[in-house]
Design a protein around this ligand. Structure first.
Ligand SMILES: [Zn+2]
Length: 165
């Protein structure tokens, strides 16, 4: 097991075969990324690498919690993160980090997982991020409801003030 503060795996010095890595995605990770939605989080990442002479197979297991604002009441909402992902990396003349199989330059010696891990977390979150209704902040909901009513009223007034004569 190796623990590092960065999210890089230096693979060039590794023997062919199996290797395990562990990363912690903490508050700093979520604050640094432009993850405007996620105010914080605690996610443990386990990476398994099976290194072959000309390619590498990675499996990722992410487990933890992300805290972000609820879409309904805007208060903190903790969402679980529990995903497993795989990545195959090959080597070639032209680097390609956008396809399903990544291609690294022949001279590459390390792999930076930061962006990838961030995307794994993002993809694991539901589209609609809300508390179950009873857990939403009732005060905020009441205020939002009043604001909505006021908006409705003012639109209604504007209509009433139209000169229809
Ligand atoms: Zn809520």
């Amino acid at each position: 097991m190796q623990k590092t503060a960065s999210y890089k795996i230096g693979f060039s010095g590794l023997k062919d075969g199996h290797h395990d890595f562990e990363f912690d995605l903490g508050e700093a990770f979520f604050a640094e990324r432009e993850f405007s939605e996620a105010s914080s989080g605690e996610v443990k990442v386990q990476v398994h690498l099976n290194k072959h002479p000309n390619m590498m197979e990675f499996t990722f297991a992410l487990k933890g919690t992300v805290v972000l604002p609820c879409d309904r009441c805007l208060q903190n909402l903790s969402l679980p993160v529990d995903v497993e992902e795989e990545l195959i990396v090959k080597f070639g003349e032209e680097e390609d980090l956008d396809s399903e199989i990544w291609v690294l330059s022949e001279n590459a010696y390390e792999l930076d997982l930061e962006q990838l891990l961030f995307e794994f977390v993002q993809l694991s979150l539901p589209l609609r991020k809300v508390h179950s209704k009873k857990d939403c902040d009732p005060e905020v909901l009441k205020r939002l409801q009043i604001e909505e009513d006021e908006n409705y009223d003012s639109r209604w007034d504007a209509l009433k003030n139209l000169n229809l004569e």
